[in-house]
Design a protein around this ligand. Structure first.
Ligand code: C5P
Length: 232
């Protein structure tokens, strides 16, 4: 199993991203590119990052009818990204269509993971606005199982949920976990946080780390510390 520290590149412009990447001349990184940067810069930003030899998690969280998601995924597969995602709420049929769309002619495809419930959705909002009358954790686990049944590789979840996801979906089912902070660092707006060392102990596969690296006085040193604590 490949464990990795994924850096959340929450930059507004290509210039800011490239300036940041220049700090890592000798590292092969795993970078999360979100909607903001992708919509601003388009597929060209993916090609530029790939040219520098980095891996990419393209975080676009697709959610639409199965046919549309299948077609969108069949476009994304040509970008040579390493990981993409979608919303499990789109149904098993949508997730199965996504797997079909992503498959390349040589039988390979990017890793495909599902968002279960956004961490910005509280249990109260889920129950009272979305009318899902169940405990949040039960919904997360049920959606993770749907993703597994549909042939996906894993889910994005809180590190605190990763253990239960693995118990229910198997050790090989990937967990990708944001909400990571150093023991001596700032939490910023993340409420439920875990250190890289604790994430390692829980057994999560990928940690997604943004500000503790991107806003650090020395991003290279912060990245290396993260790798040391999480991978060893
Ligand atoms: O800066 P920070 O380490 O909090 O960044 C975490 C990254 O993970 C951000 O890009 C954020 O949008 C993303 N994320 C998250 N919680 C989720 C899903 C994604 O923090 N449930």
């Amino acid at each position: 199993m490949n464990k990795a520290v994924i850096i959340a590149c929450d930059f507004n412009t290509k210039q800011d991203l490239m300036k940041f990447l220049d700090l890592f001349p000798d590292e092969k990184l795993y970078l999360k590119v979100g909607m903001e940067l992708f919509y601003a810069e388009g597929p060209a930003i993916i090609h530029e990052i790939k040219q520098r030899g980095h891996n990419i998690f393209l975080d676009l969280k697709l959610h639409d009818i199965p046919n549309t998601v299948q077609k969108a995924m069949s476009v994304l597969k040509n970008l040579q990204v390493d990981m993409v995602n979608l919303h499990a709420a789109g149904s098993k049929a949508m997730m199965e269509a996504a797997v079909r769309g992503l498959m390349r002619e040589d039988g390979t495809r990017p890793i495909l993971i599902a968002v279960t419930q956004l961490t910005s959705t509280s249990e109260t909002v889920m129950q009272q606005e979305l009318l899902i009358d169940k405990p949040l954790e039960e919904v997360v686990i049920a959606y993770a199982k749907n993703a597994k049944d549909a042939g996906l590789d894993g889910v994005v979840c809180s590190p605190l949920e990763a253990g239960r996801v693995k118990e229910n979906c198997g050790a090989d089912f990937l967990t990708v976990t944001p909400g990571i902070r150093f023991a001596d660092g700032e939490k910023a707006d993340q409420a439920r946080v875990t250190t890289p060392a604790k994430a390692k102990e829980i057994g999560t596969d990928y940690i997604v780390v943004g500000r503790p690296i991107t806003q650090a006085a020395n991003p290279l040193e912060a990245y290396r510390r993260c790798v040391r604590e999480f991978i060893g």
